[in-house]
Design a protein around this ligand. Structure first.
Ligand code: ZN
Length: 272
């Protein structure tokens, strides 16, 4: 428990409130198409890809003596259940990160009220508490695991490879959150590549399928890190800027909605 608490603070203390460096890219201007005998038609090459990408860490009962950082990173299983019920009742469409990527890169439209559920750091409590609730509503989610911290056997505070394989078998997506959860912006080129490409390979070797999505540890990112993630073959990466209106320039710094126990804030943030 002490180890889990320590890891929790180490993994998560910066995830809320740490701002990412934004990459600067120029938006393509809308193309105006004028047909000879028809009114002017405006074709916008930048699709409207609205999706609330929810970020969870711990999903489990709150504990006595929980530190403020840990409490901030924990959504109780009761609150999580209420949030999933709300997605269901309010007819939100839970989609995958692949769907968001396809919208941003190929203009494949997303359904209205699209939501992506992501869970970070590979806590075994996500398997115990979140998975059954997700399955109750037939929702899928992406689990971003820190590959070197995944255990060989069940029984610790972190997910095991058998649990990760089971999540994959049940239709969940397994994404990479690096090998050891470092601040990637501080690493040299070789280490950066090892964390980004090495974790991808580890997931692929274990699951026998591509790992397509990445989440930056602590949310720390710069252009060099984005280039490493893109170069390793990931199709998207989750950033840390709040928001739901994803644009083409956001593909490797996807906007997010952080979730706490606060139901009103949850409902308001996903509706924006
Ligand atoms: Zn993390």
């Amino acid at each position: 428990m002490r180890r889990a608490l320590f890891l929790s603070v180490m993994l998560c203390v910066c995830a809320m409130g740490c701002s990412s460096e934004k990459t600067n890219r120029t938006l393509r201007a809308p193309t105006v198409v004028v047909a000879e005998s028809y009114p002017a038609v405006i074709a916008d090459p930048v699709p409207e890809c609205r999706a609330a990408i929810l970020v969870y860490h711990h999903v489990n009962p709150h504990s006595v003596g929980e530190t403020p950082p840990l409490r901030a990173m924990t959504v109780s299983h009761v609150a999580f259940a209420a949030q999933m019920q709300h997605l269901y009742d309010a007819k939100y469409a839970v989609v995958s990160l692949d769907a968001v990527s396809a919208c941003l890169t190929s203009s494949v439209p997303l359904p209205e009220k699209a939501v992506v559920i992501t869970l970070d750091d590979g806590w075994s409590s996500q398997y115990v508490y979140a998975l059954p609730i997700l399955e109750k509503y037939h929702f899928t989610a992406t689990f971003f695991v820190v590959t070197n911290l995944v255990l060989e056997r069940d029984g610790g505070g972190l997910l095991s490879w058998p649990q990760v394989k089971d999540l994959d078998k049940r239709g969940m997506t397994i994404g990479s959150h690096s090998k050891t959860h470092p601040n990637l912006t501080l690493l040299g080129d070789a280490q950066l590549k090892d964390e980004v490409a090495g974790s991808k390979k580890m997931i692929e070797d274990r699951l026998g399928k591509p790992a397509r999505h990445f989440a930056y540890p602590f949310g720390f990112v710069n252009d060099r890190v984005v280039a490493a993630v893109r170069g390793a073959g990931y199709v998207s990466a989750r950033g840390t800027v709040d928001g739901t209106h994803q644009q083409a320039r956001d593909l490797y710094t996807l906007k997010v909605v952080y979730v706490t126990d606060d139901f009103k804030m949850f409902a308001r943030n996903i509706a924006q």
